[in-house]
Design a binder for this molecule. Structure first.
Ligand SMILES: Nc1nc2c(ncn2[C@@H]2O[C@H](COP(=O)(O)OP(=O)(O)O)[C@@H](O)[C@H]2O)c(=O)[nH]1
Ligand SMILES: [Mg+2]
Length: 324
């Protein structure tokens, strides 16, 4: 552990020599290890959508967290998996490696009950050359302590070399999360507050809206269908005062005609349910009534079209291709 970790303790307000630290912390790991749940807990709000399904997160989600003497900028990333030939999946994996390369420190998530698998070992090897890596054993709330000890002692030597710290946490109930947060400023360089107080993300509203709708679709649809769809916001506007209503028009993109019917459901019930749940959450989020129009559109190659993927906010069009 670096010595600087201890510098954040003490009383920053009264100490003229205290330096302010800021920087990027990548949250990476295999799908479903609880990365987005962790980000949401740290920010105390839903920044990233969470479902029990793998590969829910498609793009990089930025979240800003203020700590005494430091600004922590988290980059939540899609789970690293074998992407096959689908461009979307290749981009997702690339986004994850790219974030780790940009970051000052990476939190590498594994499930405490499973420990560091051979896939994790390979990924950690590929992270060579990036900054320090903290290994996070998540979901300790459902891991008996004997099993946790077993898994901790079974970290392969090669992975150990790559790891600066090991921290067991529960992103779900918050156990040990504060301790992990206390460690992080020590890994960041001296720097300014990059985001002004109160700004917690750089995501445009249209991305957040599309993600909320996509989460409801993920929850309602079975098997492969969630992976075959995307949500695109077509328009989002406020009416002139005194009306507080906002108008939202969004398209659900599916890859095939047959999927359209499944999303819409019998007599439109499926779409209605998704729409109602999404609207409720969005109204709470934006604090105003929303008039929402949702349509399902067939867009055959949406997950293979680089321009559309950038448009949907899943990839940074400026990211380079080193990590494919
Ligand atoms: N029991 C338990 N479940 C968790 C924890 N963290 C996340 N989960 C669950 O794991 C699933 C995947 O979480 P998510 O944050 O989407 O994982 P990601 O794919 O790594 O971003 C969801 O059902 C979460 O509720 C945890 O600490 N304990
Ligand atoms: Mg996620």
């Amino acid at each position: 552990m670096r010595e600087s970790v201890t510098e954040t303790s003490g009383s920053p307000e009264n100490d003229a020599n205290t330096i302010f630290r800021s920087g990027y912390i990548a949250i990476a790991g295999r799908p479903n290890t609880g990365k987005s749940t962790f980000l949401n807990r740290v920010l105390g709000r839903k920044a990233a959508i969470v479902t029990p399904k793998a590969q829910t997160t498609r793009g990089r989600v930025l979240g800003v967290c203020e700590r005494p003497g430091a600004q922590l900028i988290f980059l939540d990333t899609p789970g690293i998996h074998d992407p096959g030939r689908i461009l979307l999946n290749q981009m997702m994996v690339r986004t994850a490696y790219e974030a780790c390369r940009e970051a000052d420190v990476t939190l590498y998530f594994v499930e405490a009950g499973k420990g560091v698998t051979s896939e994790d070992g390979e990924i950690l090897e590929r992270l060579n050359g990036t900054g320090p890596v903290i290994l996070v054993f998540n979901k300790v709330d459902r891991t008996p302590s004997g099993r946790l000890m077993e898994r901790l002692s079974a970290i392969p030597a090669q992975a150990r070399e790559r790891i600066t710290e090991v921290v067991p946490i529960s992103a779900l109930n918050g156990r040990n999360v504060e301790r992990l947060l206390d460690l992080l400023p020590g890994f960041l360089p001296e720097g300014p507050r990059y985001y002004p107080a109160g700004q917690w993300t750089d995501q445009p509203e249209s991305f957040i809206i599309a993600e909320v709708i996509r989460e409801k679709l993920f929850m309602h649809l079975r098997q492969e269908l969630p992976y075959a769809l995307a949500v695109r916001v077509i328009s989002w506007s406020e009416r002139s005062p005194p009306s507080r209503v906002r108008d939202l028009e969004a398209h659900i993109l599916v890859a095939r005609e047959s999927q359209k019917g499944i999303v819409i459901g019998h007599r439109g019930e499926g779409l209605k349910r998704v729409g109602a749940q999404a609207r409720q959450e969005l109204e709470k989020l934006f604090g105003s009534p929303i008039f929402m129009q949702l349509q399902v559109r067939v867009e055959k190659e949406w997950n293979g079209d680089p321009r559309l993927l950038a448009d949907l906010g899943y990839v940074d069009p400026e990211a380079d291709a080193d990590y494919e």
